[in-house]
Design a protein around this ligand. Structure first.
Ligand code: ATP
Length: 581
């Protein structure tokens, strides 16, 4: 995982990503985007919007509310089904998804389960816990931070431990362990809804529950917990809302309003949205890969039922082309993974994940799904509002035919009026940013040879800080780069050089509307180039004494290191051409 550690170190040092509320001790899973991170994130979302909306005449955008009434999410199935399985780890007091945990290793020959604690102290505590609470008197041995839980019998689902005295102890074995604590002691798996609830009410919900359910201080609460739960839910329901778990539902509930306000939109057409979504994830992992608060870039493309399969195939290709455009290692690090039949939602006839080869393995960055008419049909049935599409031309032709023949048909209207099917592309903005940064990052040694971070840095703690001669180049696509051009005066205490730099930077900003940085540090030009390489700046322009005489400056290309002497008036053109790529 050294590539990830290296990247996170760089992100913090250079102002891409910070742990949120760090000065107050931080909040797990919450990140703030620094001055460079915000530019990169904005560029990724802008490129998505550009490809999905501006470059097409059949897609419009929308921006819907985050706070969502329960009716919407009940209809979409999220209230009842947007759950993960959760188990608790007794020892670590942690929660996790069983499917994400590795299988517990059972050494059949030695008839024991090796348990590795993070350190010796924890191993001692665990040993004590196992001995006294879970398997008193059982045979356990410990070497450093490894505990060996000796089993006398194992029947495939239970571990049976013989005790020195008394009857044997049986521990249910679920076949998974908490990856953080590597502890096998778990509760039963239970469903856990991933949505964040909130209450739109000036009265604190806790006060409300107490006063309503306990009737002041006079009545005692029902002792039955499920009754208490029901009574609490009933009390709070009128003000209950959710933070949306996806942006898509905002599009579906606006299908009719968008259609009415944009009657020129004929199927197939799409509605795109970029915005925040919230999921109370059981396990937060890999920095911004999985967080409770994240951004999604989603397109809902409405098609006639007979167009769905073809459009699904077309969107898969189109989305892969988008990733290809911004990736340097597309062939080896991106792939499509089709969902197996038993992974598909009951209404879906096809779904593929776009996956990136992260340092810890393949991970989803986008899902593309053929969702049928499920979404519009469900909202239509729940509200009684017809969410359908009418082909006005076909309808008029039909009416004319009926007028001419005098025969009015009430059946066979399928081509003229139908509930559109939906092809969806759903991409995580933060995950996309993480994948594109890892994809762009290249570390080179003193000889300019690329370093395989996973293999060679495993033994080096603290990445490049420990190896000053290694350089990192973030080979981001120029359109994604947070700073497009850096302008470097040869020395920063010469007012004429600084003036020329400032006027060149103002011109670039005004003409191209791009972020330009004037790098005034007193370090060498070489060091300043490397600092810019590290944050992915595609072009550095150096202004020296000769520039004052003949207007010639040096432009350096980040990826090749090639330096070219050109008149400063040419810079605008070079950058403009480079950004068109
Ligand atoms: P996963 O299986 O990784 O939990 P998912 O299948 O639940 O993802 P979708 O519901 O298809 O994800 O959401 C679409 C996209 O939103 C994902 O491909 C991912 O890029 C992004 N996404 C989903 N959950 C998160 C999260 N908690 N943090 C960051 N991005 C997320």
């Amino acid at each position: 995982m050294s590539a990830m550690r290296h990247l996170l170190d760089l992100c913090k040092r250079r102002g891409f990503l910070f742990q949120s509320a760090e000065i107050h001790g931080g909040l797990r899973g919450a990140y703030d985007y620094g001055p460079l991170g915000v530019e990169l994130k904005r560029n990724v979302s802008q490129e998505w919007w550009n490809a999905m909306v501006y470059q097409r005449c059949d897609v419009v955008g929308i921006d819907t509310a985050i706070i969502t009434p329960p009716a919407v999410l009940k209809t979409s199935g999220h209230v009842d089904q947007f759950t993960d399985e959760m188990v608790d780890s007794k020892l670590s007091k942690d929660r996790f998804r069983p499917d994400k945990a590795p299988t517990l290793h059972f050494d059949k020959e030695k008839m024991h389960i090796p348990i590795t604690a993070p350190d010796k102290k924890t191993a001692k505590l665990w040993e004590h816990e196992i001995r006294t609470n879970l398997a008193p008197g059982s045979s356990i041995s410990r070497e450093g931070k490894s505990i060996f839980l000796k089993m006398d019998k194992f029947n495939g689902s239970e571990i049976i431990l013989e005790q020195e005295s008394g009857s044997p102890v049986t521990i249910p074995y679920k076949g998974y362990v908490d990856p953080a604590s590597n502890s096998p002691f778990l509760t039963e798996a239970r469903p856990f809804n991933l949505m964040f609830k909130t209450y739109l009410d000036p009265i604190d919900p806790i006060d409300k529950v107490i006063t309503t359910t306990l009737d002041g201080t006079k009545t005692t609460p029902p002792m039955d917990l499920s009754q208490t739960r029901q009574s609490v839910d009933k009390t709070l329901y009128p003000s209950l809302t959710y933070l949306r778990p996806e942006t898509a539902q905002g599009v579906f509930i606006n299908y009719a309003t968008v259609q009415r306000s944009h009657p020129h939109l004929k199927v197939p057409f799409g509605i795109a949205q970029i915005g925040k979504s919230f999921r109370n994830e059981i396990r937060l992992e890999h920095a911004i890969f999985r967080t409770p608060e994240f951004e999604q870039m989603e397109l809902e493309y409405f098609v006639a039922p007979w167009q769905a399969d073809q459009e699904f195939t077309r969107w898969r290709k189109s989305r892969m082309d988008w990733w290809k455009r911004f990736s340097r290692n597309f062939e080896t690090r991106f792939r499509e993974r089709a969902h197996a039949q038993d992974e598909l939602a009951h209404y879906s006839s096809g779904c593929v994940d776009v996956e990136y080869l992260f340092p810890w393995g393949w991970g989803e960055v986008e899902g593309i799904a053929n969702r049928g008419d499920f979404d519009l049909r469900m909202h239509s049935e729940a509200t009684g509002i017809k969410l359908q599409y009418t082909d006005t031309i076909l309808m008029q032709e039909r009416q004319q035919r009926e007028k001419a023949t005098g025969v009015k048909k009430t059946e066979g209207l399928d081509r003229e009026r139908f509930i559109p099917h939906v092809v969806e592309s759903s991409c995580g903005l933060n995950r996309a940013m993480l994948a594109l940064m890892l994809d762009a990052m290249e570390v080179v040694d003193e000889q300019g040879k690329i370093v395989d971070l996973e293999q060679q840095m495993a033994s080096i703690i603290g990445s490049t800080d420990n190896n000053k001669n290694w350089r990192t180049v973030m080979k981001l696509h120029p359109r994604l780069a947070p700073i497009k051009v850096a302008i470097l005066p040869l020395v920063s205490n010469n007012p004429d050089l600084v003036d020329l730099c400032q006027s060149l930077s103002s011109e670039l900003r005004a003409e191209l509307q791009i972020p330009v940085s004037v790098e005034m540090q007193s370090t060498t030009i070489g060091k300043r180039y490397y600092r810019m390489d590290e944050v992915g700046t595609p072009w550095c322009v150096t202004v020296d004494y000769e520039s004052l005489q003949d207007g010639q400056v040096t432009i350096r290309d980040r990826d090749t290191g090639v330096q070219t002497r050109v008149h400063y008036s040419k810079i605008l053109e070079i950058v403009r051409d480079g950004l068109r790529l």
